[in-house]
Design a protein around this ligand. Structure first.
Ligand code: G6P
Ligand code: MG
Length: 217
């Protein structure tokens, strides 16, 4: 039965996925090519440096390590500027109601994000107190789709993988959850997230009871 809910951050709790996209797209355009929304889907859940490598490959651009690190740091500065104005009002609809319901039921809550900025964003949202564990990009050596992010979260909570459900907006994140032996709820487009056990458009009107049905099968 369900003992822990593990949440991705960007695109699940708050719509920072759009800021990551804006910042990467700006960088690509400076390098002379565009980054489409479809191409951006493969970047969701992927670490900063790996994302950069994918983008450069898409643009057919080869750069040395120093230049790549410079670009990644500029992208991050731009991203942080876009995030600077984030307030608790930007928590996506229904997320807090759902988390409060989960907590009341005695189910643990964890964060599993590839982002090194995750704690900062949660601070902007006033959401740090919701989490029993926070696994972010500073703690992991293998990013999604590797299961490490979620496996670490479950281990820290002392909950078996089979009793965890992961909420993810990224293809790589759904894959990571499945590889960890957890249930995966996709948040977003059912066609993009076809590998998930279930896909929801968001947390509005989504209840713990809805989630429990996943564990009754
Ligand atoms: C999340 C986002 C990715 C981002 C990654 C690293 O997984 O979905 O788009 O590249 O975090 O984020 P960071 O804030 O460390 O650059
Ligand atoms: Mg995400």
């Amino acid at each position: 039965s369900l003992q822990a809910c593990l949440f991705d951050l960007d695109g699940v709790i708050v719509d920072t996925a759009k800021y990551h996209y804006l910042a990467w797209r700006h960088m690509a355009q400076q390098l002379g090519f565009d980054l489409s929304e479809t191409q951006n889907e493969q970047l969701k859940g992927i670490s900063r440096m790996e994302s950069l490598d994918i983008i450069l490959r898409l643009g057919g651009v080869v750069l040395d390590q120093d230049t790549k690190e410079q670009l990644a740091s500029e992208k991050n500065q731009h991203y942080l500027e876009l995030c600077a104005q984030i307030t608790p009002q930007e928590v996506l609809p229904g997320v807090l109601d759902f988390m409060n319901e989960v907590r009341r039921a005695g189910i643990k809550i964890g964060l599993g994000s590839a982002s090194k900025n995750a704690r900062l964003i949660l601070q902007h949202l006033d959401m740090l107190p919701y989490f029993d564990t926070i696994v972010d990009g500073t703690l992991i050596s293998r990013g999604k789709p590797d299961p490490q992010t979620f496996a670490l979260g479950a281990a820290d909570l002392r909950v078996p993988a089979a009793a965890c459900v992961v909420f993810e907006d990224a293809v790589a994140g759904v894959e990571a959850a499945r590889a960890a032996g957890m249930k995966a709820v996709g948040v977003g487009d059912p066609e993009v997230l076809a590998a998930a056990d279930r896909v929801i458009p968001g947390f509005k009107d989504f209840s713990l009871h809805d989630l429990m049905t996943l564990f009754q099968k």
